[in-house]
Design a protein around this ligand. Structure first.
Ligand SMILES: [Zn+2]
Length: 282
């Protein structure tokens, strides 16, 4: 069964030069040296990933770098348009009109959504400028994926990582699709509450703590949240994401299949729910 991986950071050697590697270590806390794009493609193939969502991250205001930039994401998508969907990123406090920035750096580059990480990027997700950005995304029908859940870096705000923040945003912008990453761990039930009561909120299950993919998914989808609850109430809410390159994609897909969910639920999580968010359902 083909899979959609909604959470890939394309920190590949083709785009990560020495300066960016420094930024990657400092801002992202990621010390693994970049792998070639070929490695990402072969992991996708091994795991039957038909489409990967590539996430940019605009750290320009805090660290004067992007991991990677919108242009870099767009250039990878251009090389493999059937394999990748690109999401751009914008710091809401960038100078200029947000509408124009989105048009120039997202729409015109063929990117199809936005990634934000208020904690790493360092902005208040409920500030005026951020709210303005969500309004523009809603107007342009661009889905938003946001980091929620623990941030390990001492210099970042934990407050900005809390899933409950997005209840406020989801209600103000009911036509904006919002994906809360990492199931909000450790605020998992908060993230679930936000997703359950807002039709426009979804949850990705990418890894954010140091357990192996098996440990992580077994813990989240059978122990912390009982499997029957996942199957009964979250079947249209959860989407699959690996968080490559932190996690190897085939291991994460195998771990999800190892949870032992009903086949139709597994298919919804691994593929169909993501296609719906992207507006690509058959
Ligand atoms: Zn991530």
């Amino acid at each position: 069964m083909p899979v959609v991986d909604f959470h890939i950071h394309p920190l590949v050697s083709e785009v990560i030069d020495e300066d960016k590697y420094k930024c990657q270590r400092e801002v992202f806390g990621l010390r693994t040296s970049p792998q070639p794009l070929e490695t990402l493609l072969s992991q996708m193939q091994e795991a039957s990933v038909e489409r990967g969502v590539l996430l940019a991250l605009d750290c320009s205001v805090k660290a004067n770098c992007s991991l990677p930039s919108n242009e870099e994401v767009a250039s990878i998508v251009k090389k493999y348009p059937s394999k990748f969907v690109g999401f751009g990123s914008l710091h809401p406090y960038r100078e200029g009109s947000l509408r124009e920035l989105l048009e120039e750096e997202v729409i015109n580059l063929g990117l199809r959504g936005l990634k934000l990480n208020p904690s790493i990027q360092d902005f208040d997700p409920l500030s005026q400028r951020a709210l303005q950005l969500y309004g523009e995304l809603e107007r342009l029908n661009l889905p938003l994926i946001v980091h929620t859940g623990l941030s390990w870096f001492p210099s970042t705000s934990l407050e900005y990582c809390k899933p409950l923040i997005w209840d406020n945003v989801a209600r103000r912008f009911p036509n904006l699709k919002i994906v809360l990453s990492h199931l909000g761990w450790p605020w998992v039930w908060d993230a679930i509450a936000v997703a359950l009561r807002n039709d426009n909120v979804f949850l990705d299950i990418s890894n954010t703590f140091t357990g192996s993919p098996n440990e992580h998914l077994r813990y989240l989808l059978t122990e912390l949240v009982p499997k029957r609850f996942v199957e009964r109430f979250l079947n249209e809410k959860i989407i699959f994401g690996s968080d490559y390159p932190r996690i190897e994609i085939p291991k994460m897909v195998r771990a999800l299949r190892g949870v032992g969910l009903k086949e139709e639920i597994e298919e919804a999580i691994l593929r169909l729910n993501a296609l719906k968010i992207l507006g690509d359902e058959e």
